[in-house]
Design a binder for this molecule. Structure first.
Ligand SMILES: [Zn+2]
Length: 225
């Protein structure tokens, strides 16, 4: 029980704190218009054009902070608060997503690895815990061990996500500064939004590792008995 609390509560609190930070940074910098009056869609389009990436479409999608790049369709999907908004937050988020499109165009290795891990991680997240629970319930430790190994795909996916996300933000910050899109105060705002977003991925990775550790330790304890 003590082990369970140690391995679940701190990651949970870290995750909640990271979510809160993203939300508050986004709200703060969404209220702040950027000096060039560029919308997120315009800034992303300009960034891709300057990098000679001309085969990526930019579309609007519902929701808040639901922005993503779809590599299979080569489409940047930006939420309404980013797509048509000329805020500092919109610039950062739109160019972060354009950073993923740029990774794709340049054949950035971790993006390919991450895409390859999407299905195994999805499979792992559905199957691992039932296998572990069922295996331990009926005393089939091999089955439970298999579940822990399968859960490793979830952890691997979260770990590979980190360089992909950090690199996309790095590309966004560099483009916004080098292309003269943002001034110094706006740069601080973009950093605040993107660094807060990066922390949510760190929190997700910590949570996945803790969960893996928990199951592995339980299984090891079970074997000793
Ligand atoms: Zn991203």
């Amino acid at each position: 029980m003590g082990l369970y609390i140690i391995l679940t509560i701190p990651p949970l609190l870290l995750g909640l704190w990271a979510q809160w930070r993203v939300k508050s940074a986004y709200e703060k910098w969404s209220r702040c218009a950027n000096a060039r009056n560029l919308t997120g869609a315009q800034a992303a389009a300009e960034m891709l054009r300057r990098e000679n990436v001309n085969d990526v479409r930019i579309e609007q999608v519902g929701g808040t902070l639901s922005d993503y790049y779809d590599p299979s369709a080569k489409v940047l999907r930006l939420s309404s608060g980013v797509y048509g908004a000329a805020s500092v937050a919109a610039l950062g988020i739109a160019c972060h997503e354009a950073g993923h499109a740029l990774q794709h165009a340049r054949g950035y290795a971790y993006l390919g690895l991450r895409s390859a891990l999407v299905m195994p991680a999805k499979f792992g997240s559905y199957l691992a815990i039932p296998l572990i629970m069922f295996g331990m319930l009926i005393g089939a430790l091999g089955l439970a061990k298999l579940g822990v190994i399968i859960f490793g795909a979830v952890v691997l996916f979260q770990l590979v996500t980190l360089p992909v996300e950090f690199d996309a933000s790095r590309r966004a910050k560099a483009a916004l500064v080098n292309n003269g899109v943002i001034n110094a105060p706006e740069r601080a705002g973009v950093n605040e939004v993107l660094d807060a977003a990066a922390m949510t991925y760190v929190a997700a990775a910590v949570a996945a590792i803790s969960q893996l550790l928990y199951y592995a330790l339980i299984l090891a304890g079970n074997r000793r008995r």
